[in-house]
Ligand binder design. Sequence first.
Ligand code: 8YV
Length: 328
Amino acid sequence: MSNKPKVLVARAIFPDLLAKLEESFEVRSNQADQVFTPEELQKELSSVDGALVTGSERIDASALAHAKNLKIAANISVGYNNFDVPVMTAAGVMASNTPDVLTDSTADFGFALVMATARRITESERWIRDGQWDKWSIVSNPLGMDLHHSTLGIIGMGRIGQGIAKRAFGFGMNVIYHNRSRLPEADEKACAAKYVSKEELLRTADHVILVLPYTADSHHTIGAKEIALMKPTATLVNIARGGIVDDVALAQALKEKKIFAAGLDVFEGEPKVHPELLKLSNVVLAPHIASGTEKTRRAMVNLAVENLRAALAGKKPPSLINAEAFKG
Ligand code: 8YV
């Protein structure tokens, strides 16, 4: 029997990073990458001191029911709506996430999705592959909406939102934003963004991008009522979380051409995608890959491991969410 701390790695990670972890811990890994059922997760957590988890693992009262030795659940993700933080704190389990290391990759992808959506890139590719391109045409080949000198509305102006605003500056875009709280003047200046109400943003933006955390308050931030405020020529991009947009209302609006197009990296109930969205040509679909470059995913795993190592050594994890759970 080893006396190394026991660690669960709930999903597949890069083999070299797993091997490194195995030098210090007794690791129970899941390189098959099958998502645990809630019952399996509860059982897995019952015998470990720490766990590396992702957005697919919900850490709540049921998951923690028998987790008597668990000191930390380290999310390999910046968003942590999979954590019931008050329950974790009450159980003395530290919660950590992976901020900063994914900001630029995620902002790059958000901007790419705005471009792909406005300029109909994936639709155009499908059109060519379907053999529909028989001649160049001024009017009948897929025509899109401009980004340059248009107005970009960012809902959720944290690190990633600000990163997107800085990218938009290079395209000569006018950037407006809405956030729970207004940014300090210096930050607004640094990303040349103007604070407006959610309603004004929806009414005036040519392209709307959602980058806010998912909470009970942000559930269905965009539904039929909000879409009705948008311009018929506008696009909507969601790189935040499924549930922030009412996907049923969005599919209906896209079908009725109430807005020009949408780009979605996240979905309500993913990996399931609402069947109506799959039928529409004016929506760009991506499988939750905004942070998905190998370099960034490695950095995310490394930061999660750093959090885990600190917690199991009795030190404060660098990106601890619930400071109250740290008994230093
Ligand atoms: C993760 C994300 O890949 O960090 C986030 O909040 O959405 C992604 O970067 C995903 O949540 C898996 O845990």
